[in-house]
Design a protein around this ligand. Structure first.
Ligand SMILES: [Zn+2]
Ligand SMILES: [Zn+2]
Ligand SMILES: [Zn+2]
Length: 137
């Protein structure tokens, strides 16, 4: 997913173009890491002083619903990032300090399915938390 694709998708789904939405998406494209609504507000406040937390949150929720953004909950706060361009099933290593992620292509479910053959799995979540190289003290 990139900004152009995201904007196309929004148009397709009937959301009208706004400069603010584009800026918001551009921010995620540039940052390539998990950001909270608060982070977005801090980054955009200078250019859009009237922008409210609610507006940002509503837009982020829309983006997540359209799968433009991936969402997770870190330390009790919802965080968003641009969806990975890979369509392959994967998980993430997430740095708790800077929010940067790395894709992990091994899935622990392969073992779980062998261990619990009688359990019908309908979905799973798996994230690995820690500190990236530049954030390790
Ligand atoms: Zn991903
Ligand atoms: Zn880091
Ligand atoms: Zn998996």
């Amino acid at each position: 997913m990139n900004v152009t694709q995201a904007m196309e998708l929004l148009k397709e789904k009937g959301y009208k173009y706004t400069k603010k939405r584009e800026e918001m998406l551009r921010l995620f494209a540039d940052e390539k890491r998990y950001l909270s609504a608060k982070d977005v507000l801090e980054k955009m406040y200078k250019d859009y002083p009237g922008l409210s937390f609610d507006t940002i949150y509503r837009n982020l929720a829309t983006f997540a619903q359209l799968e433009i953004l991936e969402v997770t909950e870190l330390e009790g706060e919802k965080k968003f990032r641009f969806s990975c361009s890979t369509t392959q099933h994967h998980h993430h290593l997430i740095c708790l300090e800077c929010g940067k992620t790395k894709a992990v292509h091994n899935c622990p479910m392969e073992d779980i399915n062998i261990t619990f053959p009688d359990f019908e799995v309908t979905g799973h979540k798996f994230e690995i938390y820690g500190y990236c190289k530049s954030c390790t003290p």
